[in-house]
Design a protein around this ligand. Structure first.
Ligand code: XMP
Ligand code: MG
Length: 183
């Protein structure tokens, strides 16, 4: 889907398709280097990280495995509470594995902070995080995110996996949702 189809729904594009793809190649090169000679399991957080895992994994110049988790953060509307429930767990045991969690966005940090400790408690070799976006001004807890695509202001964004009411995930760029869409 392209910009023309949704131009009335957004305020502005904040990360273009070109910028996203270029940054993912850079992150992939960094991951290739950091995990050279080591096992690597990408854990994508459904559904927002689907595009990120698809693009990142294809930019890596190495074998990689993928698994997926779905979590739901209890909370009202667009705010997360930090109380997380696993809707879909990993398919395989991760004992001893080097896990790289791939997320779409770190907002308050509550979801990822919970998820990282959850995976760390399973006897893994290592757990690191890659997030396409981070909203530093929205942080409520510190989470060590090793790989960040872009830092953005605390606006509600859509595209490249991120949804509003399950729509806009298939935009190839990231945009700020227009206020009239939700107020
Ligand atoms: P926390 O606050 O726990 O939340 O870091 C992370 C999760 O909240 C969702 N989220 C967003 N989804 N546009 C979205 O479509 C946004 O601007 C946004 N901010 C947070 C997202 O599911 C993320 O995993
Ligand atoms: Mg998410």
């Amino acid at each position: 889907m392209d910009l023309a189809a949704i131009s009335g729904d957004i305020e502005r594009v904040i990360v273009t398709e070109e910028a996203l793809q270029a940054r993912i190649k850079e992150l992939a090169a960094q991951v290739d280097k950091d995990y050279e000679g080591k096992d690597l399991l990408l854990v994508g957080v459904l559904k927002g990280a689907v595009m990120a895992v698809a693009d990142l994994s294809r930019a890596l110049q190495r074998h990689v495995e993928m698994d997926w988790m779905a979590v739901s953060s209890y909370g009202s509307g667009t705010k997360s509470s930090g109380v997380v429930r696993i809707l879909k767990d990993l398919d395989r045991d991760i004992t001893g594995r080097n896990v790289l969690i791939v997320e779409d966005i770190v907002d308050s940090g509550l979801t990822l902070s919970w998820l990282k400790s959850n995976l760390e408690s399973r006897g893994v070799g290592s757990v690191e995080i890659l997030s396409i976006l981070r909203k530093p001004e929205a942080a409520k807890v510190h989470v060590d995110v090793k790989y960040v695509g872009f830092e953005i202001p605390p606006d509600f964004v859509i595209g490249y996996g991120l949804d509003f009411d399950e729509k806009y995930r298939n935009l190839p760029f990231i945009a700020v949702l227009a206020k009239h869409m939700y107020s």
